[in-house]
Design a protein around this ligand. Structure first.
Ligand code: CA
Length: 237
């Protein structure tokens, strides 16, 4: 099931490391480990893991530096494991190239759900070309060449900003995008659009996409951090 996917665990806390190792082993995942940032970078280049579970508070270098270093060449899905309450650290990690985060203490089920979601993202990324003009996610279809959006067979009419928002989220499906990342990509750095306005656009976008529970769960709000389009598993909804 898990193929030859390798998961790198980067964690200096032995208790958490043991919990992660046990969880991955019981669920049939192959893993490798590192207990500090320097080792993480070196193990990463020698084993090329598909997913990295990364603790931000490491004894040698900051987890953010690990992300920047690995991101320079690796497409691995990076899931932050943060003990820190402050959103600023998660935001900095996401802006540095992390895909998702989980906050300690977390449940095993929550962790496994994030891993499956990262796997889906990797599968889609390897299956289709990045230049594919048509994006499909469950019932949602975006045709980037004609700027059209379909839910099932029905075309949805969006304003240019709403379309740009949906398009940005879809091109990064599975990844948590921070408010500042979204704002700078949609409006450019020069325009000072605030988070409140972004929230208003997101609300109308969601309304247009439809009110079904299925579609509501498509775009997830990360309070204080940003938004994420979920990858719906390939089969029919
Ligand atoms: Ca730590």
């Amino acid at each position: 099931m898990t193929g030859d996917l390798k998961i790198l665990i980067v964690e200096d806390d032995r208790t958490v490391m043991n919990l992660l190792k046990t969880t991955l082993k019981l669920n049939g995942y192959q893993y490798i480990t590192a207990v500090n940032g320097a080792e993480a970078i070196s193990v990463c280049s020698s084993h090329n893991p598909g997913i990295i579970l990364l603790d931000l508070g490491l004894p040698d270098i900051d987890g953010i530096e690990v992300i920047e270093s690995v991101r320079a060449w690796s497409k691995a899905a990076i899931i932050i494991i943060s003990a820190r309450e402050e959103d600023d650290d998660k935001i900095a990690a996401l802006d540095a190239g992390a895909d998702d985060y989980i906050t300690k203490p977390f449940s095993v089920n929550e962790l496994l759900a994030r891993i499956r979601s990262a796997q889906r993202r990797l599968e889609y990324a390897s299956g289709g070309s990045m230049d594919d003009p048509v994006f499909r996610n469950g019932d949602l279809t975006l045709d980037y060449s004609s700027n059209t959006v379909l839910i099932g067979d029905e075309e949805i009419h969006l304003t240019p900003i709403e379309y740009k928002l949906l398009s940005l989220l879809s091109k990064n499906a599975g990844k948590v995008l921070t408010h500042s990342y979204i704002i700078s990509h949609i409006w450019g750095n020069s325009v000072s659009t605030d988070i409140m306005s972004l929230r208003v656009y997101m609300t109308t976008l969601r309304k247009k996409l439809g009110a079904s529970a299925y579609l509501e769960s498509l775009i997830v709000t990360h309070v204080g951090i940003g938004y994420q389009m979920k990858r719906i598993s390939g089969e029919k909804s």
